[in-house]
Design a protein around this ligand. Structure first.
Ligand SMILES: CC(C)(COP(=O)(O)OP(=O)(O)OC[C@H]1O[C@@H](n2cnc3c(N)ncnc32)[C@H](O)[C@@H]1OP(=O)(O)O)[C@@H](O)C(=O)NCCC(=O)NCCS
Length: 154
């Protein structure tokens, strides 16, 4: 199915607690270090911006960002494995940027593992710029892994 056919059926809506079982299943499949149900619950309880994209009742992806004054910290974005590389990640991130901009935020920030080629590719594709490096930020299979800090001016 093409992206435009997929998007004809896709809506973006607020995440809720009833979504978390499905989201955690996707998360475990696509993430090297998946968030737990507790992590998503905390994000919802903290009133972070948590969105789900869904087609005909099936969750295709999700995004979470933390508003902090005029900065939006992108904490998580995921697309279900079978829907990856169809343009949905770019669509979801573009939609997230529009939400942050409409809330008068000035920039979006994120951290990403240098080894996460797909996420790095997506962020660069959308226009995020690399502005720093946090050494040993992430746990890794062996030792620690750095984080690339990226910024998008809204
Ligand atoms: C990162 C992720 C959200 C991308 O979603 P997606 O729907 O597959 O991405 P898109 O199809 O919209 O791709 C947009 C662009 O990103 C880049 N990209 C996406 N996947 C890529 C990959 N596997 N390798 C290299 N570049 C990739 C490309 O530039 C792509 O454009 P193109 O297809 O025209 O070449 C998805 O791979 C994912 O859920 N990964 C696991 C979770 C994760 O790592 N999240 C980010 C850290 S929190």
């Amino acid at each position: 199915m093409s992206l435009s056919q997929l998007l004809d059926h896709t809506i973006l809506r607020n995440m809720n607690l009833a979504d978390l079982a499905g989201i955690v299943c996707i998360e475990r499949r696509v993430h090297a270090c998946p968030w737990t149900c507790g992590n998503f619950t905390d994000a919802l309880n903290s009133n972070y911006v948590c969105k789900v994209c869904e087609a005909e009742g099936e969750i295709l992806g999700y995004v979470v960002f933390m508003p902090a004054l005029d900065e939006a910290h992108l904490l998580n974005i995921g697309i279900a494995a079978e829907y990856q590389r169809k343009g949905l990640g770019r669509w979801l991130l573009d939609a997230t940027i529009k939400i942050a901009r409409a809330s008068n935020m000035r920039r979006m920030l994120l951290e990403v593992r240098p080894s996460n080629v797909a996420a790095l590719g997506l962020y660069r594709d959308v226009g995020f710029l690399e502005i720093g490096l946090r050494r040993g930020y992430y746990a890794a299979d062996i030792g620690r892994e750095d984080a690339i800090v990226m910024e998008y001016l809204l």
